[in-house]
Design a protein. Structure first.
Length: 531
């Protein structure tokens, strides 16, 4: 090897010397000066040095790349062996420094290829186990969104120890899956039993929890959500069963009570014997299909209602009489029955929601209270009737005063005039009547601590509204009187200004018109209230 290298360098020197000699001959023939020759030789030397330097640099880079490739390969080999938990298969020997770098790299490559192949096989084993783990976890935790890409395989630990750990985890998950499948199946059996008794479609109810639960074949959902929902549905159905069982037992007790009370024939009782036999049954003892269905409970309830209707018929008549009595008393005393405190609904009695005896008792109490209150209201109510009568006369008098033909002679005119005089006298007393009534009401309210009502409204407010309305009417009448007075003054001024130029017939008509107004003014209005 060394001799070959020396021959290579010797040949290079010979070639360069031959070329240099040829160049010398050319220069001698051309006559190139020594200085020029020195300059050209220096350039040749520099160019040769640059070419050699480039070649040396390239050789250095190639050597560095080979060394780096060897180092990277050795590092990868060490990493794979470490990840797989094995001793390194390649250990550089001290005598390897005598080998070339390419030979050393060629020696390592088969080892790295073998370890890569083994790592791929080991990784596939991890992937298979992890996929099985992932599959079961997805079944258990469907809402977690777990997938293999989210938890990438840790390639720094592909040891058999880690693989065995994953196998143990997989076995644990497989055991949990079996337990969950059994739990789901037991839950479905319980749900089926409950639905049979309650009259529900168990397959439809299971499918609403998860579609797989309603299928007879195929895998069942075992996720936390499915198990929780299944447990919730079973719990609700069991609660519903207990509620309906209590309803049925209450109906059974009512049937027995009504049968004894009404002396129901045995033939009629026979139809509902299976209901009364469950009077003291426990939850587990009621397993008959549709025994607690809503339709059957309503069927039993209808029979109880029929018997209660018979029982309540006479009580209903009595309650109606008492209710009518209360309404008459309230109507006479202008009170509104207190329906919020005493429910006197006949429908409630017929349905059994309210005991008729209790309703009767409450009505009697309310009648007593109304009678007691009527005594304290008697004086005020009498004054209210007088006040209302006077208000009616006031309204009649207003209509009478608006009639332009009220003074025309006719049948019954003198009677109407007498009524008008009496009405004016009574209307003049209205302000005092209203004030007296108001003071009585205030005293009554202070004594009893409540508002005095009259047909549902506050009587004191009604009086205040009446006073305001009366004042508005009096102001309007005063305005009309002032307007008529002003018109009369204007008419008198016109007659004074123009003199007596009108015809006798016109003067006569004017005198009659003026006389009618003069005779009407003192009697057509009543004095305003002083209140």
């Amino acid at each position: 090897m060394l001799t070959s290298k020396n021959n290579l360098f010797s040949r290079l020197d010979t070639t360069c010397g031959s070329l240099l000699y040829e160049l010398q001959l050319i220069w001698d023939e051309v006559g190139v000066s020594d200085a020029e020759r020195e300059r050209i030789l220096l350039e040749i030397e520099q160019e040769c040095s640059e070419v050699f330097r480039k070649k040396v640099d390239h050789a250095n880079r190639s050597r560095a790349q080979l060394r780096q490739a060897i180092a990277d390969t050795e590092a990868e080999l060490a990493t794979i062996c470490s990840a797989m938990g094995e001793r390194p298969v390649h250990i550089r020997q001290s005598d390897q420094s005598s080998e070339s770098l390419k030979a050393e790299l060629r020696a390592i490559l088969p080892q790295i290829e073998e370890m890569r192949k083994r790592r791929t096989e080991r990784k596939n084993q991890f992937i298979e186990v992890l996929e099985n783990i992932q599959s079961i976890k997805n079944e258990i935790n469907r809402s977690d969104g777990f997938n293999l890409s989210d938890s990438a395989i840790n390639e720094t630990d592909l040891s058999m120890k880690k693989l065995e750990e994953l196998h143990r985890e997989l076995q644990g998950l497989q055991k949990e899956k079996s337990e969950r499948l059994k739990l789901v199946q037991d839950g479905l059996n319980s749900l089926y039993s409950l639905c049979v008794v309650l009259g529900f479609d168990s397959k439809k109810m299971a499918s609403e929890i998860h579609p797989s639960l309603g299928e007879t074949e195929g895998s069942k959902s075992i996720s936390n959500s499915t198990i929780d929902q299944l447990g919730t549905v079973i719990r609700k159905q069991r609660e519903l069963k207990l509620q309906r069982m209590q309803m049925l037992q209450d109906l059974a007790a009512s049937l027995l009570e009504l049968w004894n009370l009404m002396d129901t024939p045995t033939e009629e009782q026979q139809i509902f014997q299976k209901v009364t036999r469950k009077l003291a049954a426990s939850e587990d003892e009621i397993t008959e299909p549709d025994m607690l269905s809503l339709g059957y409970i309503n069927y039993v309830k209808a029979e109880v209602s029929r018997l209660e209707d018979l029982k309540a018929s006479k009580m209903k008549e009595l309650v109606l009489r008492k209710k009518a009595e209360l309404e008459v008393i309230c109507r006479k005393t202008h009170l509104i029955p207190d329906t919020d405190r005493v429910e006197i609904s006949i429908d409630a009695i017929e349905s059994g929601a309210t005991d008729a005896a209790y309703v009767l008792e409450q009505i009697e109490l309310q009648i007593a209270r109304v009678k007691e209150e009527a005594l304290s209201r008697k004086e005020i109510l009498e004054k209210v009737e007088k006040w209302k009568s006077a208000c009616e006369e006031e309204s009649w008098l207003e209509e009478y005063n608006r009639d332009n033909n009220r003074y025309n002679a006719g049948r019954g005119t003198h009677l109407t005039l007498k009524r008008a005089e009496k009405a004016r006298a009574l209307v003049n007393k209205l302000p005092a009547m209203a004030d007296t009534l108001a003071s009585k009401i205030i005293a009554w309210q202070n004594e009893n601590g409540i508002k005095f009502t009259y047909d549902g409204g506050f009587l004191l407010s009604m009086l205040e509204e009446y006073k305001v309305l009366r004042q508005e009417k009096e102001l309007e009448r005063k305005r009309q009187r002032d307007q008529r007075k002003l018109q009369g003054q204007l008419l008198a001024g016109q007659e004074t200004l123009h003199g007596s130029k009108s015809s006798p017939m016109k003067n006569k008509n004017g005198s009659q018109h003026a006389g009618r107004h003069a005779g009407e003014s003192p009697s057509s209005e009543y004095p305003p209230s002083s209140s």
